[in-house]
Structures are given as structure tokens and as C-alpha cells.
Design a protein around this ligand. Structure first.
Ligand code: 7TS
Length: 414
């Protein structure tokens, strides 16, 4: 176990995959953390231990293994409550990820509360997961979608939110806490204040925020908050929807089935208490338990240290990238305003070509539209390259990325 001080060397030793060689014995330089992070041995062992020693379904049987599994599973809810300063554990719903969390809100809350002529506001830098569910809802009920645009620094033009709210028709504002492409940190406190004054509800997509900074749900005081475990060292297939109890109590279930019921009769059913009303069927027990090990790991490092490391790396990368001819960087140039994500294009080379060439040096970045085609349209590009950092990323790895661009220049004779 690493100490609470930040030891990059010790941290890296906890991630077996980081020792891998790829593409002709090159050291792996993993810079695709916004897509998913690598897993420390603690998480891998926790999942393995669960299957080896405890595996059972939960909430039902009275035997020893069922009791152990249920206790371990429910303890994770308490751990999440503590990690994010959530006062009421009944407000924490286990889902598969951010995508499912947002769809749950769109179906169960949206279909009751958003009517013909109402407006749902989102932003130009959303992931498709925070656009498409609202489009589906809008089409079904006859509502409208409006956008908050971004400025040339990749920041939201919040005056546009005022204009939307002034119509009196806005039922919900759905915004990401951090952009997955630009890394921009949204001023969610300002947005929440504006929404409250106007009586609009607010959903925050925290998929790129919770892994990278301290998030305090109680003091944020929004209505819905969604995030995924796999972007913060946890396994895939586990995510969280947090919602205010007053909403969850009134909402219809999203899925029907086992565990979410109190009584089922031939023609009618009553619902279980929160949070189980929204957790139909056997959940992803082993991965929820693995997620707890990820939270322990991050808590042990301290989220302030995680953030400080990313600011340092981003500042280092941006400074070095300034000197690379033909590089266009999208989003904030101030590392205090962004998380560890840098999107760029290199001359006119297609991002897939850039990514393919630097992959030969073992560098893993993402190229494409990053599930943010509305943003690509705004930037007037089909795609970008994206390098994204995490707790184990080193300055040497940033150097490998930047030096690899010379190979791209050579291939394309730039
Ligand atoms: N919202 C944001 C801001 C995201 O970055 C992502 C995933 C999602 C929602 C969806 O999360 P999921 O866990 O339900 O899939 N973002 C990315 C990405 O940037 N590259 O791959 C996945």
C-alpha cells in the first residue's frame, strides 16, 4: 500500500499492465485515461477474492455467503457516501455507468416532468450520453433542446443560460462537470445558483470529474449527479446515480424485476424502498466490491494530490507543446481551468494516422470524435487526437508523446 504522500514510482508498481511492453518491446505509454483508467492490483485482487471466497447472490438468502456478500455490497454504498459527502445512502443508486444513470433520469424523471413546449438545456461540449437521452425524451413529449455554446477558450458562455432560463420554460439543465474532450472544468456552482433562482432542475454528468478532483455532492446541492467507476480505477460495468430523495420517491422505476418490488400480485405491484426501487435484478456484485478498492486507493492518495499531479503534468505538457510547429490545441490553455485532458490536431494529418504512427512507439492516445460530435461540429473538425493523464502518468511519458510527433512529421514529410 502506498503512503499518503505522492510517490509516482510506488503508484506505478501497483498497476501490473503499466509494466507491459507493446509493439516490438516498446514501454506502454497509456494516455487514454479519459476513456478508461488502468486498474491497481488492489482492485483486481478484490474482485478475485470475492469470486474465490464469497460469491453469492445478495439481499435474498440467509446462508453465510449471502450474508457476507450482502454486507460487502452494502458497505460500498456507505463508502461512496463518505467519499462524495452524500448524507443519505438511500440516494445512491448502483447502475452500469454514467450512460445508464442519465437514461434512468431521462425515462423515470423526464417522462413525468418534461412536457410539450418545455426546454431541456445542455451544452456544446457534452458527451453523446448527455445529449441523446434528452433528444429521445424531447422527441417523445414534444419538448425542445437548447444549447449553451462555448467560446474560443472552450469555456461555456453562461449568459446564454440566462437567456434560456428567462423563457420560464426550462425544466432541466444537463451539463458535464468536466468536458471529456477539452478538459474544461464547468463552473457548476454558478449554474446551480442560476437554475435554482429560475426553478429549473440540474443534472451533472460527473464522469470526468469524480476521478480527478474532490467532489462534494452535499455542498453542490444539484438534483442529479452521475459518474462511472471505470474512469477512476474501478471495474467496468459499475456506475452511480445520485439523486435527491424527493425526486427518487416520486419517480417511477426504470426497470421492473427482482429486488425492486415489495409485493407482486397478478395485476399490481408495489415498489421496494429506496435505493432498491431502482436496482432491479442481480447487480454487478463483484465489480461493485472491486470499485470499493478503487475508492480506497484514491482516498489513500488524496483527491487534492490527484488534482495537483494532473495540474503539474498538464502545465508541463502544454508548455512543451507550445514549441511544436503545426500543433493546434483545443480547450483551455490554463491548467487550473482544465483536468488532465489535451485535445489537439497536428498539421492536416488525420488523427487516426497520428494515433497509428505514435502507437508504434507504444503511445496509446484516442483519436476520433470522442462521442462529442456536436463539439466537433463547433470546432469545425471531423476528429481530434486526445491525450489524457491520470495518477500514474509521468513527465517522461509526456516527452515520449511529444517526441513521437516527429515520427508523424517524418512520415508525412512536414
Ligand atoms: N459522460 C462523459 C463526460 C464521458 O466522458 C463519458 C465516457 C460518458 C459520459 C459515458 O460514460 P460510460 O461509462 O457510461 O461509457 N467517455 C468516454 C471517452 O471520452 N472515451 O471513451 C469513453
Amino acid at each position: 500500500m502506498q503512503s499518503t504522500s505522492y510517490s509516482l514510482e510506488n503508484i506505478r508498481k501497483d498497476f501490473p499492465v503499466l509494466a507491459r511492453k507493446v509493439r516490438d518491446e516498446k514501454d506502454l505509454v497509456y494516455l487514454d485515461n479519459a476513456a478508461t483508467t488502468q486498474k491497481p492490483i488492489h482492485v483486481i485482487d478484490a474482485i478475485s477474492d470475492y469470486y474465490k471466497n464469497h460469491n453469492s447472490n445478495i439481499h435474498r438468502a440467509v446462508h453465510a455467503l449471502a450474508e457476507e456478500s450482502t454486507e460487502a455490497f452494502e458497505a460500498v454504498r456507505d463508502k461512496i457516501a463518505k467519499f462524495l459527502n452524500i448524507k443519505d445512502r438511500q440516494e445512491i443508486i448502483f447502475v452500469r455507468g454514467t450512460t445508464e444513470a442519465i437514461n434512468l433520469v431521462s425515462y423515470s424523471w423526464g417522462r413525468e416532468n418534461v412536457k410539450k413546449g418545455d426546454i431541456v438545456v445542455t451544452t456544446e461540449y457534452e458527451h453523446h450520453s448527455n445529449i441523446v437521452p434528452w433528444q429521445l425524451l424531447a422527441q417523445e413529449v414534444g419538448a425542445e433542446i437548447k444549447y449553451i455554446d462555448i467560446d474560443e477558450n472552450g469555456e461555456l458562455i453562461l449568459e446564454q443560460l440566462d437567456d434560456h432560463l428567462a423563457t420560464g420554460k426550462v425544466k432541466l439543465v444537463a451539463v458535464s462537470h468536466v468536458s471529456n474532450v477539452l478538459g474544461t472544468i464547468t463552473d457548476v456552482n454558478r449554474i446551480i445558483t442560476k437554475c435554482k433562482d429560475a426553478g429549473a432542475k440540474i443534472l451533472i454528468d460527473g464522469a470526468q470529474a469524480v476521478p480527478h478532483m474532490k467532489v462534494d455532492i452535499d455542498s453542490l446541492d444539484c438534483d442529479f449527479y452521475a459518474f462511472s467507476g471505470h474512469k477512476m480505477l474501478g471495474p467496468t460495468g459499475v456506475g452511480i446515480l445520485w439523486a435527491k430523495k424527493e425526486h427518487l420517491e416520486k419517480m417511477q422505476p426504470f426497470h421492473g424485476g427482482g429486488d425492486m418490488i415489495r409485493e407482486v400480485h397478478k395485476y399490481e405491484t408495489t415498489w421496494n424502498d429506496l435505493p432498491y426501487k431502482f436496482e432491479a435484478g442481480t447487480p454487478n456484485i463483484a465489480d461493485v466490491i472491486g470499485f470499493a478498492a478503487a475508492i480506497d486507493y484514491l482516498s489513500n492518495i488524496g483527491m487534492d494530490n490527484v488534482r495537483a499531479h494532473e495540474i503539474e503534468l498538464t502545465a508541463y505538457a502544454l508548455e512543451k507543446m507550445k514549441n511544436v510547429k503545426g500543433l493546434t490545441i483545443y480547450g483551455p490553455k490554463d491548467p487550473q481551468k482544465a483536468s488532465g485532458v489535451i485535445s489537439f490536431n497536428f498539421n492536416d494529418v488525420h488523427p487516426h494516422d497520428v494515433a497509428t504512427i505514435i502507437d508504434k512507439n507504444g503511445v496509446a492516445i484516442r483519436s476520433g470524435h470522442h462521442c462529442a460530435q456536436v463539439l466537433m461540429e463547433k470546432l469545425n473538425v471531423a476528429a481530434t487526437n486526445r491525450a489524457s493523464f491520470y495518477i500514474y502518468t509521468t513527465k517522461e511519458e509526456v516527452d515520449v508523446l511529444i517526441n513521437s510527433l516527429e515520427d508523424v512529421a517524418r512520415v508525412f514529410k512536414l
